[in-house]
Design a protein around this ligand. Structure first.
Ligand code: AMP
Length: 400
């Protein structure tokens, strides 16, 4: 099948056209600065890369540009060759546990959930509506970042606040990066030869980071919560925090909710601790030159990851493998070495040379717990899930 995958941001559109049979992207594109007079547009098809600058008024114009690029690069002969569009949606609340065909009702639900994800859901709706207009007879499917975590049990997803707040406002842990965790956990289970029964911890470590405990293919807990601010220390996000700190800051610095949100989401984390950068590469360089705050930020990151890993080993009653993915997870041997060092007591034996080379398996052959480096591919996962839904529906129709 030919599946177009869309990731719509407030002023950007990323897309890939997949040939799902071969599991490869035929073309990928990136439209930046939508709404501004000069947008950067990049298309990549194999070795062929083109970058242009033009004005792109809105998401509909961006989608039209994307579709035209598929024709111009002749990866499809006509728009009808696109079998479906899979849309990344960040927040699906408690409604969506898997890929879902877009209807008016689905659109209304995602719109309602924008209250929980004000930066993400609105541009995603704009992307879906643009595709519905540009490709009226092509099925549109959503795949939510929250969907994979809907298997987390209530004793893990509830907070210790009055139960009525959950019933009335749906305040609970939702978790994010679900598509990435699902993809790398399945890859890991395949590599281990333990597709059905396994205990795996996936560490998605990028600008935003989260950890997930995956037991037998299902998410049983994750570090992000009601919002993507919870859990690990991230590039600019604080992660887990005593709520009393927030109350204290409100009183002490007279901050309103928006200011405080900016402080915790954009001025905290590695950037806030180091007072230098949110990027691990910069921090490593500075730490090597003796910058103590850069060193501290990196130590805090590894420590917090190890804390979650330890807790998730306990709730799953064991651990087959820990998986590192995303920008930091795939490229930073020092962080992996530190995290794996914490797990030596439990039977993880790192192979330092393999770790330095970012190999797929970075533990020694006899290691009781394996450590794996698996590049994430959220877009391919969205394409596969979209295809799976279409096939199910087609088979269902045939049976009837
Ligand atoms: P992501 O959000 O997955 O794109 O990850 C971005 C983060 O990965 C950056 O902020 C860097 O801190 C980190 N990173 C470390 N090494 C690399 C690398 N070689 N390439 C890309 N990202 C890296």
């Amino acid at each position: 099948m030919r599946i177009l995958v869309l990731n719509s941001g407030s002023s950007s559109l990323k897309y890939k056209l997949f040939d799902t049979k071969r599991g490869v992207a035929l073309l990928s594109g990136h439209v930046d600065a939508i709404g501004l007079p000069r947008c950067n547009v990049t298309f990549t098809a194999g070795a062929n890369k083109q970058t242009t600058t033009c004005a792109v008024k809105d998401h509909l114009a961006a989608v039209k540009l994307a579709l035209q690029s598929l024709l111009d690069f002749t990866v499809i002969a006509r728009l009808a060759d696109i079998d479906a569009v899979g849309h990344r949606v960040v927040h699906g609340g408690e409604y969506y546990t898997g890929p879902t065909r877009v209807t008016k009702r689905v659109l209304a639900t995602i719109k309602r959930l924008a209250e929980f994800a004000p930066l993400h859901n609105p541009p995603e709706i704009a992307g879906i509506k643009a595709c519905m207009r540009a490709l009226p007879s092509v099925p549109q499917v959503i795949v939510c970042d929250t969907a994979f975590h809907q298997t987390i049990p209530d004793h893990a997803f509830l907070y210790g606040i009055p139960y009525g707040l959950y019933k009335k406002y749906r305040i609970r842990k939702y978790g994010f990066h679900g598509t990435s965790h699902k993809y790398v956990a399945r890859e890991a289970a395949r590599m281990l030869g333990k597709e059905k029964s396994h205990e795996i911890i996936t560490c998605h470590l990028g600008n935003g980071s989260s950890i997930c405990a995956v037991k037998d293919g299902r998410s049983v807990d994750t570090s992000m919560g009601f919002s993507p601010l919870d859990g690990l220390i991230m590039g600019t996000r604080s992660g887990e925090l005593d709520p009393e700190v927030v109350l204290y800051l409100i009183k002490k610095k007279h901050m309103d909710p928006d200011e405080l949100s900016g402080y915790l989401n954009k001025q905290s984390g590695l950037k806030g601790i180091s007072n230098l950068s949110s990027d691990v590469r910069d921090l490593k360089e500075a730490a090597a030159k003796g910058n103590a705050h850069a060193r501290l930020a990196l130590d805090m990151l590894a420590y917090r990851i190890a804390q979650y890993v330890g807790s998730y080993m306990t709730i799953m009653h064991g651990l087959d493998a820990i998986v590192f993915t995303a920008g930091i997870g795939e490229n930073e041997p020092d962080i992996r070495r530190k995290v794996c060092g914490y797990l030596a007591f439990a039977g993880l034996t790192l192979d330092p040379a393999k770790n330095r080379r970012n190999e797929r398996v970075i533990t020694r052959p006899g290691s009781r717990i394996k450590a794996l480096v698996i590049p994430t591919n959220e877009e391919l996962e969205i394409a596969k899930e979209t295809e799976g839904l279409l096939r199910e529906r087609r088979q269902g129709r045939k049976k009837r």
